[in-house]
Design a protein. Structure first.
Length: 366
């Protein structure tokens, strides 16, 4: 059995916090003149983490060998209960007069995993759920394709035929509304999902080839010599610095420079390949601890419940209470802690029990 790689779980947690932070700053901090003056363009590229998540999902999709019906069922069990809970929780805030936002037809479309797919582009009470909906359908499309096509060469050619035009369409429309369309009917969000999940699958295939060849012994930190350990560690830290700088400290407008986006995606692909093989000290030692698994396992719950927290943030009474610290770092730290707390509660209240029940029912069938 292959040893679990906890460093990748840390990436999940870090990128979810980046997305929450980006949304938080747009909703609150950057909504004020003082906040805009203080932050300028800092943290405005946090949303590139969505692209990273698509790649990671495609990577692990490649290694799944379950029957299609089992894969679809497990995807639904994994994603839908928390999605439905997040919408219901937001609706309750309206019922108790904590939020003025009502549930509508867009929320029904989200419950059917259609937000962002082109069938429904409007966000409803849970705007970030577009990612889950697009990821679900992209995963199904590619999983069926991988099961139908047997020859590896044909798989790669098919993936390239999907990746090249969809990635081109996504990159060329970075300055357009992300919930818009290409050619009046193709969702930009679906182009993003299709291209980057395809890229992740090809990355998985490439890594499988490396691990089956003699090259693999030159990739693992515990098996290589001191020179390579130092070299790989420097590369990992450099790539991590580039990505973190782009996420949190990049001073250009977000997603307006196509080359910048392509380069940071390439940097992430290289870093993820090194992390997946535990090539340097960052992935093999510093971040490879079981506590990172604890953090990473809560990432989905934190992500899907963030709009629930935003509805709390927009509550008039809370806004007045926290106004004195609105443009201070303490304000950001406070709400990031709330994101994590709400995610933890939701995980243990909904996500974990549903998964345990599903596993128990499967054991009984066996």
């Amino acid at each position: 059995m292959k040893e679990k790689n906890y460093s990748i779980q840390f990436l999940r947690f870090l990128f979810v916090l980046a997305i929450c932070l980006g949304h938080l700053l747009w909703v609150t901090y950057c909504a004020t003149i003082e906040g805009q003056s203080l932050l300028k363009f800092v943290c405005r590229n946090c949303f590139i983490a969505n692209e990273f998540f698509f790649i990671v999902s495609g990577y692990f999709l490649y290694f799944s060998a379950k029957p299609v019906e089992v894969f679809v069922k497990e995807r639904l069990i994994r994603l839908w209960p928390m999605l439905a809970f997040s919408i219901g929780a937001c609706g309750l805030l309206r019922t108790f007069h904590i939020s003025g936002q009502s549930l509508n037809f867009s929320d029904l479309a989200t419950l059917f995993l259609l937000q962002g797919t082109g069938v429904s582009q409007t966000p409803g009470v849970n705007g970030p759920a577009w990612f889950i909906c697009v990821l679900f359908w992209c995963s199904i499309i590619f999983y069926i394709m991988l099961r139908i096509i047997k020859r590896k060469t044909t798989k790669i050619i098919t993936l390239l035929l999907i990746f090249i035009p969809s990635f081109w369409g996504f990159i060329m429309n970075l300055s357009v509304d992300s919930r818009g369309f290409v050619c009046t009917f193709i969702s930009i969000l679906m182009l993003k999902g299709l291209s980057l999940v395809a890229l992740g699958i090809m990355l998985g295939a490439a890594n499988e080839y490396l691990n089956k060849s003699n090259i693999s012994k030159f990739l693992n930190y515990d098996k290589i010599n001191s020179t390579l350990k130092v070299l790989y560690s420097i590369i990992e830290f450099t790539l991590a610095f580039v990505i973190i700088r782009y996420l949190f400290f990049y001073t250009k407008l977000p997603h307006c420079n196509e080359l910048d986006v392509v380069l940071v995606i390439v940097a992430f692909v290289m870093m993820f390949l090194m992390f997946s093989n535990k090539a340097g000290v960052l992935s093999a030692k510093i971040l490879n601890h079981k506590f990172m698994d604890f953090l990473g396992s809560k990432a989905y719950a934190i992500f899907i419940m963030q709009n629930f927290v935003f509805l709390l943030i927009n509550n008039d009474k809370l806004q007045q209470l926290l106004k004195p610290i609105e443009t201070r770092p303490l304000y950001i730290i406070l709400w990031l802690a709330v994101f994590i707390l709400v995610g933890l509660v939701s995980y243990y209240l909904v996500e974990k029990p549903v998964i345990l029940i599903y596993k128990k029912l499967n054991k009984e069938k066996e």
